[in-house]
Design a protein around this ligand. Structure first.
Ligand code: S3P
Length: 172
C-alpha cells in the first residue's frame, strides 16, 4: 500500500470551503510530499485573480484554464494536488487526475461550508449567493460528480486538521 505514496499523487477534491487547501498544507508536511494548488497555477498563468478571470472572460474560459492546468500536472509524482471545487464538472479533468492520483473527496455540511467561506470575496461562484440554501443546492447538483470521482471520502465536519490528515493517510 505504501508504494502508492511513492508513485501516485493525492488529488484533493470537494466543494469550496471543504478544506482542500488547509488539508493539503498539513498533508504535505506529514508525508513530505510536494504540493500544487490548481487555482494558484491558473492565477500565475493568467496573471490575474480568479475573480477577475471570471469577471473579464467568464466561467467557460476559467474552466478551460482549469483543464489545461490539470493536463500540465501529468508528470507530477509524489504531489498533493489541491483542485478547485469545480474541477469535477468536466469528466476529462477527472480522467486526467485518475491517471496518476488517488482522488480524495473532502466533505462538509452546507452550514460548515458557509462558516468557512462567508468572509471571502474570492469565490465568484458564490457572488450574491452567500447563503446556506444556495450552497446546499449547488452541493446537491454536484454531489454525484464528486462521489463518482472519489477513490476515498473523508468527512471534515467537527474534526481538527491533524485528525483529518491522519484519517486520510490511514485510508490511502
Ligand atoms: C470553484 C471553486 C474555486 C475556484 C473557482 C470555482 C467552483 O476553488 O476554482 O472559484 O466552481 O467550485 P475553491 O474550491 O478552492 O474555492
Amino acid at each position: 500500500q505504501s508504494r502508492n505514496l511513492f508513485h501516485y499523487n493525492i488529488a484533493l477534491i470537494g466543494f469550496m470551503g471543504s478544506g482542500k487547501s488547509t488539508v493539503s498544507k498539513c498533508l504535505k508536511d506529514m508525508l513530505a510530499m510536494n504540493e500544487v494548488d490548481v487555482d494558484t497555477r491558473i492565477v500565475e498563468d493568467q496573471k490575474m485573480p480568479i475573480k477577475d478571470i471570471f469577471a473579464e472572460y467568464g466561467e467557460e474560459y476559467f474552466r478551460n484554464c482549469e483543464s489545461s492546468a490539470i493536463i500540465s500536472l501529468k508528470d507530477c509524482r509524489q504531489t498533493i494536488i489541491s483542485c478547485g471545487g469545480g474541477a469535477v464538472i468536466r469528466e476529462e479533468n477527472v480522467k486526467n487526475l485518475k491517471k496518476n492520483s488517488r482522488i480524495v473527496l473532502l466533505t462538509a455540511s452546507p452550514e460548515t461550508i458557509l462558516e468557512r467561506v462567508k468572509d471571502s470575496d474570492e469565490r465568484p461562484i458564490l457572488n450574491g449567493n452567500m447563503n446556506v440554501e444556495y450552497i446546499k443546492g449547488l452541493m446537491e447538483r454536484r454531489a454525484g460528480l464528486y462521489k463518482s470521482a472519489a477513490d476515498i471520502i473523508i468527512e471534515t465536519d467537527g474534526k481538527n486538521i491533524v485528525d483529518i490528515c491522519e484519517e486520510l493517510i490511514q485510508s490511502l
